[in-house]
Design a protein around this ligand. Sequence first.
Ligand SMILES: [Zn+2]
Length: 479
Amino acid sequence: MEYEPVIGLEVHAQLLTRSKIFCGCSTQFGEDPNSQTCPVCTGQPGSLPVVNRKVVEFAIKLGLATSCRIAPFSLFARKNYFYPDLPKGYQISQYEHPLAEEGHIEIMNRGEKRRIELIRIHMEEDAGKLKHGETPDSASFSYVDFNRTGVPLVEIVSGPDIRSPEEAGDYLRKLRAILQYLEICTGNMEEGSFRCDANVSIRPRGQKELGTRAEVKNMNSFRHVEKALEYEIKRQIAVLEDGEKVVQETRLWDAERGITVSMRGKEEAHDYRYFPDPDLVPLRIDEAWIEEIRKGLPELPDEKKARFVREYGIPEYDAEILTSSKALANYYEECVRLFSEPKTISNWIMGDLLRELKRDEREIDQCPVTPQHLTEMLSMIKEGTISGKIAKDVFEEMYRTGEQPARIVKVKGWTQILDHSEIEKAIEKVVQANPKLVEEYRQGKEKLFGFFVGEVMKETRGKANPKLLNEMLKEKLKG
Ligand SMILES: [Zn+2]
């Protein structure tokens, strides 16, 4: 039987405010444990939370950028559960009346546009962090750091619209790009500023009704999300094929072993005993504020993409990749400003540049090749100083050393040979060395031309100008 995976994602994104969501404590990452706490975020009796206006503004921004309806009235609710990293014994979140609902995000999958619905976006506070196994007394103690308690988050819940691990990756990358374009979240998965849980189920292809789902947690990179989903889908298919049933539960991704393992039975909403938080007033958002925020929105990925296609005449496929991060889009535009061949630039970025970055797991802002250097090199190809073939080596060298292309070419002696007499000399040598083949060529075996080009190139150590070489060789072989 053929099965279809059904995936919904819940993303927690940390908002880049300077202070926490319900108190004035700093949100700075990496400070001494418990140095950024107060009676409010550690849940002391008698303390009262006050909502941070900036958090609401950022959440509205995201809602508008993803075409959500912003609720004029929303409520904070208590989500009750016990865990040692949660000092109040409940988390302030939103439940029945979230801030934003019914949005969507568009992704491109293999050239096809797909729309992923967003069910809701709500605000909530983060919990603290438990430290196990990091100190000599770890066998008998765990420590808790409350610096993260009360750090503002938005939770973004997608509909069960995602159909493959690959599509999940596309969705996450697009959502992260939107957050980064808005400058409201770093999107750093390793630091936990962008976290993702997945609801996964499978059903026989063609069946409407959804299968039983498992929730997968603990995936801290895009690659791991895709791997974990692949594993989980295979696991569920195997369970059904064995004639058994998928159990509703929460499973943890074990990156080292490459498997998901059962953690606990999945809680239902009623396990959390949600109720409106009596310490916080309802949130009423007027239309004027929403409009003001809407006007201040920056150019978003989809708009930028459309503009790139329109202004630079590059294919939609190129534009989609180039706008996948704000930093990459800026890099591209800086190059276009310096060298007016947008498609040539796009080819080099999407080919050599992104391949090198991916191999080194680097982001564009850590790229050793600056837009100045890349475009200088393109000018050198255009002027005939170096061949396109040599440029590949120049690029590699620029990437490795961060050197200027002109300097690399000079030091390595990679300048292209434009001197007729020098090419003539090489052609002469090759012709002399292969009298029989020259004869065969002249009698009509034209396929041999490529062989002669190769030989002359070898003779000039790859530096002959290809156009010139071709012309001169043809002339010579005519006899
Ligand atoms: Zn505090």
